[in-house]
Design a protein around this ligand. Structure first.
Ligand SMILES: C[S@@+](CC[C@H](N)C(=O)[O-])C[C@H]1O[C@@H](n2cnc3c(N)ncnc32)[C@H](O)[C@@H]1O
Length: 317
């Protein structure tokens, strides 16, 4: 029997509108889909809700932080076993398979077993999740470079000052430690920070502060994974950053009054409610670079059956 192939597909951050067309074609052609939890599972569910019929058997090997239902070596073996049986296997991974995703490890394992591997890149959460808060990773005159890092790696070695954007994945558990280290370096305690939780998901929420305040804010707001942490001056460009604010504490900002005063963070960081799946066309709407809508506006466009998350906000002005 001729071996099948393994195709690593990046599912993007969890919104089917951000799956690539090539990725969709690979899913449609697959006999078996070996799917991660984060990003991948949500995309499969949205495709089904949108009437995209996938005939493949779906094997969920999803991991939650600190909990690994299917160990990596078993995932590798699973891919090879199905390909050896002549099946077209898609390994569907959140974001981009090659960004902190062990994609090349899986590909090397399959190749060493003689299985042909293809790669379909995905939209990484490192770039796309900051975008939901209107944060560009580079911006002329503000930042010309960025570093994407796992917060599990040595943070001391990250280069640059606040004009060099740092994007931390898997960064919530160690946030206090990480922020402390970065604050002691060239960035300083006033350097802006944003945390974007569950980008494109029902729990999407943005918290902004500084390296000096972010750990306390995150604890107060019970910030949870999955989340992307962005550190640097670009955070001031966020639709969630209080206009005219510099590095005031949250309570100072919340006390501002009057029409010109920025809305409190809690106003801005509404959590989306549980989802009626939107259509693909809704999901893949293009946002203009010059006029990002606020999170609250975006939440309000998601349909009447989404409870307004201001019900669930944890900070009061
Ligand atoms: C193991 S890394 C995988 C990254 C993935 N390969 C990518 O390119 O996005 C998982 C981390 O990505 C981030 N992440 C992925 N999807 C996310 C989302 N929809 N919202 C917020 N963070 C997300 C979180 O930091 C999470 O802990």
């Amino acid at each position: 029997m001729t071996d099948g192939t393994v195709t690593l597909v990046g599912a993007g951050p969890g919104d089917a509108g951000l799956l690539t067309l090539r990725g969709l074609r690979a899913l449609e052609a697959a006999d078996v889909i070996v799917a991660d939890r984060l990003g991948a599972r949500a995309v499969l569910d949205q495709l089904a809700a949108d009437g995209v019929a996938l005939t493949a058997e779906v094997i969920d090997v999803g991991k939650t932080p600190g909990h690994h239902p299917v160990p990596q070596n078993e995932i590798n073996a699973l891919l090879v076993r199905h390909a050896r049986a002549g099946r077209e296997v898609v390994r569907l991974k959140g974001g981009d398979p090659f960004v902190l995703g062990r994609g090349r490890e899986e590909a090397l394992y399959c190749e060493a077993e003689g299985i042909a591997v293809r790669v379909v890149p995905g939209v990484t959460s490192a770039v796309s999740v900051p975008a939901v808060a209107g944060i560009p990773l580079t911006h002329r005159g503000v930042a010309t470079a960025f570093t994407v890092a796992s917060a599990h790696d040595p943070i001391e070695q990250l280069p640059g000052g606040s004009d060099h954007t740092v994007v931390l994945l898997m960064g919530i558990g160690t946030l206090g430690h990480t922020a402390g280290i970065l604050a002691r370096g060239a960035r300083g305690a006033d350097c802006p920070v944003a945390i974007i939780e569950d980008g494109y998901g029902s729990g999407e929420r943005v918290t902004v502060g500084s390296l000096g305040t972010i750990a306390a804010l995150a604890a107060e707001r019970r910030v949870r994974n999955p989340a992307v942490v962005v550190v640097g001056d670009v955070v001031r460009l966020s639709s969630s950053w209080p206009s005219g604010a510099t590095h005031r504490s949250l309570s100072e900002r919340s006390e501002m009054k009057g029409p010109a005063a920025p809305r409190s963070l809690s106003d801005r960081s509404e959590t989306k409610g549980p989802t009626a799946p939107r259509s693909l066309s809704d999901r893949s709407e293009t946002k203009g670079p010059t006029a990002p809508r606020s999170l609250s506006e975006r939440s309000e466009t998601k349909g009447p059956d989404r409870p307004r998350s201001s019900d669930r906000k944890t900070l009061q002005p």
